[in-house]
Design a protein around this ligand. Sequence first.
Ligand code: KG4
Ligand code: ZN
Length: 370
Amino acid sequence: MTQSAPASPRELLVLGIETSCDETAAALVVRSPDGRGRILSNVVRSQLDQHRPYGGVVPEIAARAHLEILDTLIAQALEETSLTLSSVDAIAATAGPGLIGGLLVGLVTAKAIALARGLPFVAVNHLEAHAMTPGLTDGLRPPYLLLLVSGGHTQLLGVGGIDDYIRLGTTLDDALGEAFDKTAKLLGLGYPGGPEVDRQAKAGNPARFDLPRPMLGRPDANFSFAGLKTAVRQVVLKLGKPTPTDIADLCASFQRAVVLSVEDRIKVAMGFYADRMGPGAKRVLVVSGGVAANSELRRCLTEMAARHGFRLVVPPIHLCTDNAAMIAWAGAERLALGKADGLDAPARPRWPLDQTTSPLVGSGRLGAKV
Ligand code: KG4
Ligand code: ZN
């Protein structure tokens, strides 16, 4: 039951723009008529240095930083290919979910280029772009089971194709990357904390601290990391001034608890995936988002997927984290299906992929938060 690539009568060259969080990015991607993708350029500028003093992303600083650099990055993406805007067939930009100020910067820029050049414009859902990335990197077509774990998102999705998603699980509180970052902050490890927790954990004893394994054994496939974070805080308070060994052991113990919880949630989602997507659904598990870089998570999920007869696909890490190649690719896929948008397409700070499942958190006028 593999979805075939929608045929497009001709090659499409799409300029993608990403400004939803703390990376400004522009990329050029070609989609060939048989549905294969090729990245011509992919420029990403991180704002980490601007946000680091605050220990997290400051929305106003993010929006200003996008505004300052975006036109330069678009020029750079074009320069690297020796192409000009005259060769571009369409402009795609992230319209949500994300921080409203940044989204507006990317959207207004993309719409202005589309208007000036008379080109189609595609409003891309950032989550759909993450979900479609394996098509670009591995030529993988839906259906597949997707674990999306980043600083802003933690979801398990059945991916059926463009505009066809079933939310199988989501976090009830913190995103997984957020939990890594907060744990790192408690331990004085700097921001973003995920890579440092990963590094420290390599030298630590995962059995030293008995931390809760959130949601283990629950019949749904949802996540929760707030309790684990609180447990880490209590250990840190008890330790007083943690030694380097304490820090390494706590990172390893935290990571162990996370991995066991995530494995358990995926196991439940695998059952839902088979039930909801039909018996022919391919047994493929895709992991994307910044936390896919975590070495222990990758090691354990490779084994766990194999145990359950699933193939694990993890796109190259620079395409798992936020980038504009995935936005251009999702835009090209939508365009191949005739799904361009009007220039009145709004920015959508909240934009769940699965519009049919009721929100678990943050319902209301703006839509589901998760
Ligand atoms: O996808 P991403 O680059 O940006 C968004 O949040 O959209 O993900 C960033 C998140 C941060 O929370 C960061 O701490 C986490 O991914 N991260 C990691 C690792 N590398 C990045 N978490 C755990 N282990 C890592 N090796
Ligand atoms: Zn992202």
